[in-house]
Ligand binder design. Sequence first.
Ligand SMILES: Nc1nc2c(ncn2[C@@H]2O[C@H](COP(=O)(O)OP(=O)(O)O)[C@@H](O)[C@H]2O)c(=O)[nH]1
Ligand SMILES: [Mg+2]
Ligand SMILES: [Zn+2]
Length: 318
Amino acid sequence: MENQSFRALLIASYGRNYLARPTDPKHPSPDHLFEVSSRAKKNEGAVGDFIKVTMTSNHQVVLDEIESRKNLVFRSDAFRSKSIAANVDQILLVIATEPAFSPDLLGRASIVAAHEDIELRLLLNKCDLKDHLQRAQDMLRPYASLGIPIHEISAKQDPDSLIALEPVLAGKVSVLVGQSGMGKSTLLNRWVPNALAQTREHSTKLDTGKHTTTACRYYDLPSWGMKNNTLGALIDSPGFQEFGLAHLSESELQHAFIEFRPHLGKCRFNNCTHQHEPDCAINEAVVKGEIHPERLKLFSQLIHETRNATIQSQGHKT
Ligand SMILES: Nc1nc2c(ncn2[C@@H]2O[C@H](COP(=O)(O)OP(=O)(O)O)[C@@H](O)[C@H]2O)c(=O)[nH]1
Ligand SMILES: [Mg+2]
Ligand SMILES: [Zn+2]
């Protein structure tokens, strides 16, 4: 078995520690989780990656190659970037009526999704807490009008609201993102009843000790998740408040605001940054109510961060 090479799916990552399982169901141990070690430092994998590996022992493989990705969800600041998931079909952002969610994170998730061309769905959880439902719905209005699907659910109180989403998850790889406290773990455990057992297995093998919550993991859906011969999956990522997008250029940023697209190229200055320039088509669209002011505010914020990150990382290099 040693020196045997095969294709594998990266299913858990904790820092640079990975677990992978063979993609070929005819592999002698198709369900076995192999520890992955990497030769090159820059060979950074993400959960959902398809990789080529070579066995070094019964439990260990070495990473030879990462197959080219359909997409990669990651966040970054001036100094660090962190992969969340690769090859995903949709991003599920879990938000809740209570505690209040961050509109900033919501905005950033929409930018990542648009930039990577991944479908975004908003799961508004804890809809059983009626007192705050209206406020949450109001905060979501700009996103509803962008055509982003919003699903009102209650992971704890309304099992039917989760069953209704099963066809949306079936056959697809979905990544769950959200701030902690929104109900991500509760949701995952409802949709994937053996998630806890899988997590324990990963943690033992990854040797993460008590850092288990900072790992990213791939969970196969139960049998209802099968569609067109493909079993869907949920990728769970650690809860985060920060979602830096410093890796996007100014041009990439403005295109990632999907409602800006029809107005781009129509400003007086062709290098318009849509801040305070005269005859700016984006600002005019805001005045006409075609672009929500919150979205232009988010754009300005992201432009700032991109510029600062560029300056900081240049300072860092010299
Ligand atoms: N009322 C209500 N509470 C919920 C619901 N879903 C989760 N919770 C509670 O919200 C808290 C955070 O949930 P958890 O799944 O740990 O959130 P996570 O940090 O996003 O993983 C827990 O106390 C859950 O019991 C829901 O649909 N309704
Ligand atoms: Mg959790
Ligand atoms: Zn402009």
